[in-house]
Design a protein around this ligand. Structure first.
Ligand SMILES: Cc1cc2nc3c(=O)[nH]c(=O)nc-3n(C[C@H](O)[C@H](O)[C@H](O)COP(=O)(O)O)c2cc1C
Length: 181
């Protein structure tokens, strides 16, 4: 599988980034799973700069990565009750040009880590809705990791239940084998 991951926190020690890496670890062996690390370089979306032949290179790179991917993992912090602005902006870029969006029909899951015990419930709900409107085939179940500053040891998610849920969610991105005839 080729899976692209977007991380909506730019912080060096981001717990969302750690959660993303734990998710990638659950992909089938041999998968390619780059984190698209240029979300902060994407200009704020404007139709004035989304012009054929003049699209910013970084936006083209994002669109190509999603076009080439079998699936998308979206990992966002909750900022003031919703997904982070860099994540929303990346999804906005992936949702255009209208009718030709690279994200259309891409299977996707949403994960979030937040400092609060509510585990970024609003950010997850908003990310699912945004991805649905953008045209992705997003799984409605999500995983939220609360009190995230205590949830990882040496980068590993320590709660086995949360890790099992993560594995199950990641597996939902893997296409079912074609039955033998
Ligand atoms: C601008 C801002 C707004 C925040 N708003 C929320 C919030 O609404 N809900 C929440 O649970 N945490 C909120 N937080 C705390 C984040 O959950 C916390 O900083 C978390 O560690 C961010 O993820 P990271 O570790 O990947 O950077 C906010 C943090 C910032 C910087």
């Amino acid at each position: 599988m080729n899976v692209v991951t977007l991380v909506g926190s730019l912080r060096a020690d981001s717990t969302n980034r750690q959660l993303a890496l734990n998710a990638i670890d659950h992909l089938p062996e041999g998968s390619t799973a780059p984190i698209f690390d240029r979300v902060a370089e994407l200009p704020h979306y404007s139709e004035d700069i989304d012009v054929e032949g003049h699209v910013p290179a970084v936006a083209e790179e994002l669109r190509s990565a999603i076009t080439d991917a079998d699936a998308l993992i979206v990992v966002t912090p909750e900022y003031n009750g919703t997904l982070s602005s860099v994540m929303k902006n990346a999804i906005d870029w992936a949702s255009r040009p209208y009718g030709m969006a690279c994200i259309k029909d891409t299977p996707a899951i949403v994960l979030a880590a937040s400092a609060s015990a509510r585990a970024a419930q609003w950010a997850r709900a908003d990310a699912v809705r945004t991805l649905q409107v953008a045209g992705a085939r997003v799984v409605e179940d999500t995983l939220g990791v609360g009190s995230s500053h205590e949830a990882f040891v040496e980068g590993k998610l320590i709660d086995p239940e949360a890790d099992a849920t993560l594995r199950t969610l990641v597996c939902r991105l893997v296409p079912a084998p074609v039955p033998a005839v």
